[in-house]
Ligand binder design. Structure first.
Ligand code: FE2
Length: 443
């Protein structure tokens, strides 16, 4: 008898009752999408998608406590006793074929294992997925293999902002089967329901108010934006008519969120997350070799910077995915007569793929960037006063994820390798931001 899949449950469920062995095969065959890619190549540079407004008003927020259901008060109490919150972030987790599946499963296993083995004070309390949950274009039939099954042992809520692969509409897709429709069913439900995509598993749909939202947790607010369906660049608005089908609701939303932070004199950490990275490494022109497979999004960043300037509030850190590697930039800006250093982090190596930062070209070997490289040339007509942009650290050989710890004074972001082998620990990079000063300590 088929399960009554869309009946609301009294409580959210995050994982199965017991840890089960890793899946080794897809439940649903996933034929190669290479022919489809050839057919839609041009559309990937121009077909943006529309989307509906959030269910909440622009200054509304999702409280972490509510998302945890009956366990919410206990989770918040533990965080308050520990005087810090710990959580994960990762991008581009979906494996689009069985050859990649083991990579995704390993990432998910390490994330799940971290939750299960950490002591209470250090236990991650959610995962923020930075987009591209299901390849190639968010089909309902692939959610089980690429999302529900690999994350079946992750014992905490999973939030997500859609990536281009969760939103681009392949021509002739029925209106009730568009990727965003499916994404919203699984991440933006009004109540904790088990969706058809979860099949026999028990994780209930996430109850975000929309494809853009703010998560309000102790010590931290994460403002998540949907950067739309193009391969490049990220688009969060109509850009004054350039993308007429994209609504401007996210500009109003961001403005309202930053104004709320100012009005409340919010003392905690503010993270801005979007799938497409504002900065992604490319070598200087004429230096030989070409950049990675994704560029930055200067127009999107200009819009964000302008809103921040008007509000007088700047995020402590930017998080993105999309480029399948790890990149950490230090952007120095002059903001309200103070010098800020803001980490811009790309973490898009969560299981789908790992891409090199540079590629060779016409007989020239690729020239790898070095830690500390001056990359100010990646800034393009910034709307704030930028005083420097440095590539602080990167990894383009391994899968990985972010483990983030926030307390009253500081925000610490560690990049962890999956399958760290003989390394003494999985973390290979760490940046710490002083919340009051917007300065970076450590490295
Ligand atoms: Fe992407």
């Amino acid at each position: 008898m088929p399960r009554n899949t869309l009946t609301a449950l009294p409580q959210p469920i995050f994982n199965e009752g017991s840890v089960s062995p890793d899946p080794t095969r897809f439940k649903t065959a996933h034929p190669s999408d290479s022919q489809l890619y050839k057919e839609i190549q041009k559309l990937l540079t121009k077909d943006v998608v529309s989307f509906g407004p959030s269910r909440l008003p622009p200054d509304g927020m999702v409280a972490l406590q509510d998302v945890w259901g009956a366990h919410g008060p206990e989770i918040i109490k533990n965080i308050q006793s520990a005087e810090k919150i710990v959580f994960h972030a990762a991008g581009d987790t979906g494996a689009s074929n069985e050859g990649k599946y083991a990579n995704e499963v390993r990432v998910c296993d390490q994330l799940s294992s971290d939750c299960r083995t950490a002591d209470e004070a250090n236990r991650p309390v959610f995962l923020f997925q930075l987009g591209d949950v299901v390849y190639d274009f968010g089909e309902s039939r692939y959610y089980y293999d690429q999302f529900y099954d690999p994350f079946r042992n992750y014992p905490a809520p999973i939030f997500a902002i859609p990536g281009n692969h969760d939103s681009f509409i392949v021509p002739n897709t029925p209106a009730d089967a568009t990727p965003l429709e499916i994404f919203e069913r699984n991440f933006c439900a009004t109540e904790p329901v088990i969706t058809p995509e979860a099949a026999s598993l028990h994780r209930t749909a996430m109850t975000q108010p929309g494809v853009y939202f703010t998560l309000d947790a102790p010590f931290v607010r994460i403002i998540g934006l949907f950067s739309n369906a193009l391969e490049d660049p990220g688009v969060i608005s109509s850009q004054k008519g350039k993308w007429p089908t994209v609504p401007d609701v996210q500009l109003t939303f961001l403005e309202a969120q930053l104004n709320l932070i100012k009005k409340q004199k919010y003392p905690g950490s503010v993270i801005l997350a979007m799938h497409h990275p504002p900065f992604s490494y490319a070598p200087p022109k004429k230096s030989g070799g070409a950049g990675g497979n994704h560029g930055g999004s200067p127009a999107m960043l200009r819009e964000i910077d302008s809103i921040c300037l008007d509000a007088g509030v700047y995020p402590h850190v930017f998080l993105s995915g999309h480029a399948h590697n790890y990149q950490r930039f230090a952007r120095r800006i002059r903001f309200r007569n103070q010098q800020y250093e803001v980490p811009f982090i790309v973490c898009g190596d969560g299981g789908h793929n790992v891409n090199r930062m540079v590629t060779g070209r016409a007989g020239q070997p690729p020239r790898e960037p070095y830690f500390g490289a001056d990359v100010h040339y990646l800034e393009s007509k910034p709307a704030v006063t930028s005083t420097g942009l440095i590539l602080k650290h990167y990894d383009d050989m391994n899968y990985g994820y972010l483990r983030i710890t926030v307390d009253k004074q500081k925000l610490a972001i560690g990049f962890h390798l999956v399958n760290a082998g003989r390394l003494p620990q999985s973390r290979i990079d760490m940046v710490t931001v002083d919340l009051a000063r917007h300065t970076v300590t450590g490295n």
